[in-house]
Write a protein that binds this ligand. Sequence first.
Ligand SMILES: [Zn+2]
Length: 237
Amino acid sequence: MTQLDYLKDTFLFETSAQFLEVKEHEKGIAVLLSNTIFYPQGGGQPADQGQIIGTSGEFQVQDVRLDAEGVVWHFGSFTSGSFTANERVTLKINRERRIQHAKIHSAGHLLDCAVEKLQLTQIIPTKGFHFPEGPYVEYEGVLENGAEMLPQIQTALNEVIGQNPAVIVKELTYEEAQAQGISAPPGKSARIVNFEGFAACGCGGTHMPNAQEIGSIQLRKIKSKKGKTKISYEVSF
Ligand SMILES: [Zn+2]
């Protein structure tokens, strides 16, 4: 298993790790490390990019994935040299990309807060798409007169931003998660995230510390289809 340092600190842009091995994979060549700050694509959030630098080689990370065994695969290519077994390497992630993704992801959670504030209980958040190209949150359930509701949701969202709630991240044991109705793999802990005063949900993403650090969020569209509702948004950087 790879130790996931990005879960602890969104703003840790550089760290060191022990190089373990280079592996061939159908997706390309990958570097495996003892620990990582590279976010692996998942939970609707894109992967980090950056460099892994050793004493006699440098690897450019293009894509990152977490497998079922908890191992992080850093996909990319060597721009020079190679690494030797067990050497200490320096990890550097692209900070603009990391912050942009954290803002878009936190904005999706904040949209849920606005929906909660308006008590729109007919829609329940199920998943998010937090990519820079057309981010949205998908809800189970239909909102009647959705298009007319959009300005109200925007107003509620602006009010929540005005209150500037902090982001709270907690690690729950499997039993605690069960008791709160949050899904976690059996025997494993669950990470839950919420804005202070609002409902928590299971999330492995990177987040900003509070609402105001996200910047302004503009709701774009609301669309209900086949029992699901999608609210898309944009974050101004
Ligand atoms: Zn999330």
